[in-house]
Structure formats: C-alpha cells, structure tokens
Design a protein around this ligand. Structure first.
Ligand SMILES: [Zn+2]
Length: 151
C-alpha cells in the first residue's frame, strides 16, 4: 500500500479531547479511535472513547484492558451512526513531548491488526504526547507515520 494515497481527517474537537488527556503526571492512559469512511481511501477519525478502554493486550499503569467495554462502545457507535462509524484503532498517552511508538506499541497494534475484525486495511495509532500527537497507521507489514488533516 502507499500511505500517501490516503486522506485522514481529524476534527479539531477530537484533537482537543485527546490533548485534554495528555499525560502531565501519573499513569499512561488509552482508549479506542472510531471513525467513518468519507470516500475512497478517505477517512475521518471522529470519535475517541473515554479513557481506559483498550483492545490491545498490555496493561498500562493503572489502565487495564477492557475489551468487553470497548466492544460495547464499538457496537453502540455503529448503531447510533446508521452503520457508518466503526473501529479504526487505538490511542494512548506517553510522558514525553513529541512521542514516537515503542516496539511494544508496534507489536500491540500489529496484534490488533491480526486478531480483530477490522473494516479497513490497517489500524490507526495515536500517541498523545505533552506537546504533539503522533499519528500512525499499521498496514499489517509496517507502521507508517501519517500526517492528518485537522478539520
Ligand atoms: Zn506507547
């Protein structure tokens, strides 16, 4: 796949919500990303779950995985949106200004890619740092850093 063929939009409200959960002190936090297909290879990440709703396997500080809760949210959002909004990936915080994915992060997101029912051909990862957010997309082979369009 060629990641530059894809257009990924993120509403400013979603950026604000993610930044409000950034890790100044305390434990790493995380949740899931949901969104819609706007057109061919064009997605909008338009909803983030409340914290502590991870599908991936790891335990992050005080935030333990609750796949059942996460799956409930995915189902609920799918119904509420007339079947247009679906699971797109994961977000979590890092205690650094400009975050980059760790090898565990990449392994975890690959795990999601290989084990979950995903609608698109990859899984998004947002890492919320203290100053910036890292956006990535794992296509099953590798993690691509992506530039999102804030709308
Ligand atoms: Zn991480």
């Amino acid at each position: 796949m060629n990641i530059t063929d894809y257009t990924i939009e993120v509403p400013i409200e979603v950026i604000d919500t993610l930044q409000s959960m950034r890790q100044i002190s305390g434990n790493e936090n995380g949740g899931i990303l949901l969104g819609s297909e706007i057109g061919e290879k064009h997605y909008r990440i338009n909803r983030v779950s409340e914290p502590c709703m991870l599908i991936e396997r790891s335990t992050r500080g005080g935030c333990t995985r609750d796949a059942n809760k996460a799956n409930e949210i995915i189902k609920r959002e799918f119904e509420l949106s007339n079947h247009t909004r679906f699971y797109l990936g994961e977000w979590h915080t890092h205690p650094e200004n400009n975050p980059t994915p760790s090898s565990v992060d990449i392994a975890s997101i690959y795990d999601v890619f290989s084990k979950s029912k995903i609608v698109i051909d990859g899984v998004f990862l947002a890492i919320v740092g203290r100053k910036s957010i890292f956006w990535g997309f794992h296509d099953g082979t590798q993690m691509h850093k992506i530039e999102v369009i804030v709308v």
